[in-house]
Ligand binder design. Sequence first.
Ligand code: CAA
Length: 380
Amino acid sequence: MNFEFSEEQLMIQQAARDYAQRELIKDVIERDAKAEFPTEHVKNLTELGFMGMVVDTKYDGGGMDTVSYVLAMEEICKVDSSLGVIISVNNSLVCYGIEEFGTEEQKEKYLKPLASGEKLGAFLLSEPEAGSDATHQRTTAEEKDDHYLLNGTKNWITNANCASTYVVIAQTHPEKRHKGINAFLVDKDSPGISLGPHEDKMGMRSSDTHSVMFTDVKVPKENRIGEDGFGFKFAMKTLDGGRIGIAAQALGIASGAMERAIQYSKERKAFGTEIANHQAIAFKLSDMAVKIENARNLCLKSAWLKDNKKPYGLMSAMAKQYAADIAMEVTTEAVQIFGGYGYVKEYHVERLMREAKLTQIYEGTSEVQKIVISRALLRD
Ligand code: CAA
């Protein structure tokens, strides 16, 4: 086993750390308060190659590996998870699915501008009545002569307004249940698409979340991804990889909170000494470090499996569930260490705690990950 990173991986990690600590930090509190989309930062991170970092250079991506992606996501999410999810959705949920399952024509037309960062993408699976229970798609894709007609509503869509390309999951043959579902590439400016208001979220407030309504939206037949009926498997396979991105995001939130808690506990004095000298605080830091190291190892192992073309769905579910759950625990303890200061915005840890909560919910709740993990254990 080799736990060392390559020069290139370390350079990518450093580039992400530098940008996060130098630039993202400056306005993250304000953007969170105003729920403002980070347009300038997306532009700058595009120039650094992060929007399509794991896509092959052949399709204008960064050609980086998944381990580098985890390292970069951790650094960015130590400071700003809203940017993290924009990067994660574009790379893992949108670009990955097109690169892996799309036709050459789809890759030319849709993947290249997404991988170069010229355009952003969104992944439309969740619905008002189909969140965890993803097979129950109500959005329909009715087959016509040379096109499909989409009707229905999608919920909680990250990048909904800023994206130009949607990957939409919809039901074509309801009698076949999940085997009748398809995935489509849809231009966001197609007639018949409308958006609900920006969701006023508890955390990750500057990521762009809306519901999306489809009314008789025409989608050319050549925009279907894969064979007829492949859409549910497509979504599941895509989410297997997406969960590595969100696990790394949760890891970043947790390690960002721990770094702040360590710093604070070395400066803040109580009962005649720095609070780090009180075992009640030192042991909290110790518990945080062990959990974070475990989460990091799960993230990196999933990434390594993916890079080495080995099955990674079970490991990514473990990484996502564990990292999200410990992010909630670690950030809660960080707020506790900061005391009253932790409860106000200036010290960042309350925001990290709000962000951690979402990692337990989206791209499969912690409970969904336990379904995936336990089914894999019980399978013969
Ligand atoms: N890879 C390939 N195929 C898979 C698969 C995988 N990882 N997981 C399931 N399948 C296949 C099964 O083999 C089965 O196929 P067959 O019928 O041919 O055997 C089919 O899919 C149905 O699977 P299940 O019977 O396991 O389906 P289920 O109804 O029991 O649900 C579930 C399983 C794991 C709970 C699934 O519904 C799920 O993952 N739900 C959560 C959805 C989710 O993560 N949503 C997040 C939205 S995206 C988001 O949040 C993005 C954002 O903007 C940040």
